[in-house]
Design a protein around this ligand. Structure first.
Ligand SMILES: Cc1ncc(COP(=O)(O)O)c(C=O)c1O
Length: 385
């Protein structure tokens, strides 16, 4: 028995057929570049192992994760395909990754040495992707340190400890078409590529593009694109998928059933702090999901949900485990009726993009923060079984 919510009370339905269709559409759009589907952070909240299988089944050449634990979880689940892990701490032993045939990103001479040590322990050649910081100022070697990073990589290749498979970087603002950073980063990546080549490195895979760049920055596609959010059917920014003529279908539907329905008199205050009072007699419904489940507290008094094909506004503050929606004075809704917090929009329900707007955030955060106690029900995915 897990400490989660009963799936009949609330759950996130994850449409693996939609995921597969998105992956196929993105692969076709990116071709001839290869496609990596990013499944870190539990596949942006959608369930990592099931989504990884569906992505592979739909033709994803690569999977990408942040942490070693994520990579090893995929291997334990039977995944054997190309897989890259890019974020680890100073204390983490990299040898399990090398032993499990996981490609590892390195950004410093120190990390190259650690990978050389891991290769020695495992008696295998480590596969490495050199990460350049071309302007995001986050992970990656900054330009002044490329010379020493490349020199360390060449030396490690010469002694047979590593194979430099990839050269890569990450974009800061590809979701803002025309943003000056994109051209600057593409140019910096070219400089890095030339410099690597000049010292004898021959990475077969140069990769720079996230979902946004995959959709609208073809000059950043190079050999491989890394898509996360678009694979889950969420546009990285409004209009990008349409601009690229790529049809994306949202993968996650967050649903619950009404736990209570009650009539309120005019003037009744609703939820903590009484931020909303019923202006007239009305009916409200109790939705058994709250901010502990990832429903943003900030969306209180702003968001809407779908009930019986109509929109019902969230009234008052979102609580830890529950929220209140107004069903209206003549509501026909009953306890047990379906509530759609977000989904593809087929029944007029809000989308992830709507919730992002109500919460002053991005769709990524809406799905990635759906809490651990919300059961995920994976639907479809026949081709991944
Ligand atoms: C290094 C890296 N590449 C690719 C991605 C995928 O980005 P997106 O979800 O915007 O496609 C991420 C996600 O943040 C990332 O960290």
């Amino acid at each position: 028995m897990t400490a989660g919510i009963d799936p009949a009370t609330a759950r996130a339905d994850v449409d693996l057929d939609a995921l597969a269709a998105n992956v196929r559409a993105l692969a076709a759009h990116a071709a001839p570049a290869q496609l990596m589907v990013v499944v870190k952070a539990d596949a942006y909240g959608h369930g990592m192992v099931a989504c990884a299988r569906a992505a592979r089944g739909a033709g994803a050449d690569w999977l990408g994760v942040a942490t070693p634990t994520e990579a090893l979880t995929l291997r334990e689940a039977g995944d054997q395909g190309p897989l890259l892990a890019w974020l680890y701490g100073v204390e983490e032993d990299l040898s399990p990754l090398v032993a499990a045939d996981v490609d590892v990103s390195v950004q410093s001479v120190e990390q190259v040495s650690r990978l050389v040590a891991a290769a020695a322990v495992t008696e295998r050649r480590a596969r490495v992707h050199l990460k350049l910081d071309t302007g995001l100022s986050r992970n990656g070697a900054t330009e002044p340190s490329w010379t020493e990073l490349f020199a360390a990589a060449v030396e490690a290749e010469q002694v047979g400890a590593v194979e430099v498979v990839g050269l890569w970087s990450h974009l800061a603002a590809a979701d803002e078409p025309g943003h000056p950073s994109v051209a600057l980063q593409v140019a910096a990546f070219e400089r890095g590529s030339s410099q690597a080549r000049a010292v004898g490195l021959r990475p077969a895979l140069r990769h720079l593009a996230n979902s946004a760049a995959t959709l609208v920055v073809p000059q950043a596609h190079h050999d491989l694109v890394r898509v996360g959010i678009a694979a889950y059917g969420i546009d990285p920014a409004p209009g990008l998928a349409a601009r690229a003529r790529v049809a994306l279908r949202p993968v996650m539907t967050l649903r619950a059933t009404l736990a209570a329905v009650k009539a309120l008199p005019a003037g009744a205050g609703v939820s903590y702090g009484w931020t909303w009072h019923a202006p007239a007699p009305t009916t409200v419904g109790l939705v058994p999901l709250g901010y502990a489940d990832g429903v943003p507290r900030q969306a209180g008094d702003r968001a809407e949900v779908g009930v019986g094909g109509h929109r019902a506004p969230v009234r008052g503050r979102v609580c830890m485990d529950q929220l209140v929606v107004e069903l209206g004075p003549d509501a026909a809704a009953e306890v047990g009726d379906d509530v759609l917090l977000f989904g593809p929009g087929d029944a007029g329900e809000p989308t992830v993009a709507d919730w992002a707007g109500w919460s002053d955030t991005i769709g990524y955060e809406i799905v990635a923060r759906i809490g651990a106690r919300v059961p995920r029900r994976h639907l479809g995915g026949a081709e991944s079984r």
